[in-house]
Design a protein around this ligand. Sequence first.
Ligand SMILES: C[S@@+](CC[C@H](N)C(=O)[O-])C[C@H]1O[C@@H](n2cnc3c(N)ncnc32)[C@H](O)[C@@H]1O
Length: 207
Amino acid sequence: MIMTKEKPEFWEKSFVEKQEMWGFEPSKSAVLTKDFFVEKSVKNILIPGIGYGRNAKIFRENGINVTGIEISKTAIEMARKHYGTDMAIYHGSVTDMPFDQNQYDGIFCYALIHLLDSDERKKLIADCYDQLTDNGYMVFTAISKEAPTYGQGKLISDDRYEIFEGVRMFFYDRESIAAEFGNAGLFEIAEVTENFPFFLIKCRKAE
Ligand SMILES: C[S@@+](CC[C@H](N)C(=O)[O-])C[C@H]1O[C@@H](n2cnc3c(N)ncnc32)[C@H](O)[C@@H]1O
């Protein structure tokens, strides 16, 4: 899968210009997922689209080892500056997963999947599932059709809009979540309000 040039440029440019644009507090979804992973004794997780690491911190503080994947070199440098150099972060696009042959007992993917096109989303879900241990859990957060931005911008394909230049978003509802995650161990869909209404999508890999 080949990334178009505009996507890495958009994120790299955003981090260069806006630096720590979401602050240092973890998202609500990260806090909820940390509680869930601790309850399930998850010890080793992958975070695709790790950004500058604000969501990684809370997992690490709870004894969970974190590996990241991130397309923006600047975001990775920021993560190293704030959270140290002992966290493995692969520089590249999730569309080129896998970056290692490790199996993780947890995956947390925050606000990334809805940025991808249909084939890329399908591949991300399959690649994450493949890197899960048996009985491992993966948690995705994705923007909902309830978001006020749904329907704005240029329609690209069903429920997918170019919101502004370089950013295309697919807006989920429960049906599209079931269709995309149904074969990947989907067992729970919750709603969580971040800066936008999001879905928290939980999957478990059966033995
Ligand atoms: C909406 S942000 C969420 C960032 C982060 N999880 C947080 O909230 O702190 C999406 C993140 O995914 C990264 N990203 C976007 N497309 C990517 C891709 N194809 N592969 C890897 N990372 C990507 C962006 O650079 C950004 O850090």
